[in-house]
Design a protein around this ligand. Structure first.
Ligand code: SAM
Length: 379
């Protein structure tokens, strides 16, 4: 079979899988866009089986190995496009051009009467994206080199803005460049290990979440990046809400020690969402094992000192691992059982400009960032 035919078949198989799993409604605009735009045009040199395996493909890394660009997992790309609801004729801004794949999908969604502007901070990434978009004949997409935190005022105002890179706050420029009633979709860092793709609708000067989806994105580069981020410690990628030398040193000490391992309790869906939102000692660890991602979610306690995490392997099997003092294991188990889990998709989130009044009376948590306060209520 010729490579093109093989790629077409693999693409159809991948999209059919996304429809079957309920990620994309059958015969929807997003379904048609995915069937038209082939992902291998944007990942030249990558094995076709990997291109169409519904996984993120890292395309660029820092010298220390930390990924700085990728083609995001197609299921997440699709979910975010559903959230964005880009329509024919729309003017769309994407922050994070990467390979150009999502921009080309957006180009299909807005059609010949619409336009897509995609911006990336990295000139080499922009040049590659431009080449891929030419192959895809995406003539309504333009690539801009620059810091996406500033938006692209000269191409606005936009009906839709989508960030495909993780953010810790929102840029006030995006909101200014978004039309009233427009949608802004961004992977927002809520708390350690907890990111969500939030679709904010701009209404009466405020921003209210219209939909929320779980996601995991690499973080924005440049002045808008904020304090949150990742550190490599003891073979794990650890997420921190703010740089924390004390915690980092504690993890450096604890992680190389042999853990006590036992069976995990029943874990209700959403247990870690609740813990990450309300528990300041929550921790999140990630490592890419030979068979896929391994994730550790739990609690660190400097007073013990100890670390207790539920480790989930690539097959979804869970164990409890306790490093250091045993008491922290008990604390983790009590925390898991101490309150109803929280379904991320059912949260209410509003973004309130710094200095403006909040009308929510009893939020679950308020995240104060330089430009916005994110007021989160439970379900
Ligand atoms: C996950 S990739 C985007 C994937 C892309 N949408 C695609 O379809 O391939 C994130 C991208 O955001 C870019 N980025 C990081 N910080 C940025 C910034 N401040 N402004 C614009 N782009 C940025 C990175 O260079 C990277 O290419």
């Amino acid at each position: 079979m010729r490579a093109t035919e093989q790629a077409e078949q693999l693409n159809d198989h991948m999209v059919t899988g996304l429809v079957r799993d309920g990620v994309i409604p059958a015969d929807s605009a997003v379904d048609r866009a995915f069937r038209t735009v082939k992902r291998h045009w944007f990942l030249p040199g990558t094995d076709l089986d990997q291109v169409y395996a519904n996984v993120a493909v890292v395309t660029r890394r820092r010298p220390d190995g930390v990924p700085i660009s990728s083609s995001s997992q197609p299921a997440i790309v699709a979910r975010m496009l559903q959230q964005l609801d880009a329509l024919p004729g729309h003017r769309v801004l994407e922050i994070g051009a990467g390979t150009g794949y999502n921009a080309a999908l957006l180009g299909q969604l807005v059609g010949p009467d619409g336009t897509v502007t995609t911006i990336d901070v990295d000139p080499e990434i922009c040049a590659a994206a431009e080449g891929h978009l030419q192959v895809a004949e995406a003539s309504n997409v333009s690539v801009i080199r620059g810091d996406g935190w500033a938006g692209v005022e000269e191409h606005g105002p936009f009906d839709r803005i989508e960030a495909t890179v993780g953010v810790w706050d929102l840029s006030t420029r995006w909101v200014e460049q978004l039309k009233p009633d427009g949608l802004l979709v961004a992977p927002l860092w809520l708390r350690t290990g907890l990111q969500a793709s939030v679709a904010f609708r701009r209404r009466n000067g405020g921003l209210k979440a219209a939909s929320i989806e779980p996601c995991g994105f690499m973080t924005l580069r440049g002045p808008g990046a904020g304090d949150a981020g990742y550190e490599q410690i003891g073979g794990w990628t650890v997420s921190f809400d703010e740089p924390s030398p004390t915690r980092a040193a504690l993890l450096e000490r604890l992680l190389p020690t042999p853990p006590r391992t036992g069976p995990a309790p029943d874990l209700p869906a959403g247990w870690f969402t609740r813990m990450a939102l309300i528990e300041p000692d929550a921790v999140h660890l990630f490592s890419l094992g030979r068979d896929g991602p391994v994730v550790g979610r739990g609690v660190i306690d400097a007073s013990v000192p100890g670390l207790a995490v539920i480790v989930s392997d690539p097959r979804g099997a869970n164990t409890v691992q306790v490093f250091g003092g045993e008491e922290v294991g008990g604390r983790l188990l009590r925390m898991i059982g101490s309150g109803p889990p929280i379904e991320l998709r059912n949260l209410f989130i509003s973004a309130v400009r710094a200095g403006e009044p909040v009308d929510e009376h009893q939020p679950l948590v308020t995240l104060t960032r330089p430009n916005f306060r994110f007021v989160i209520s439970g379900n």
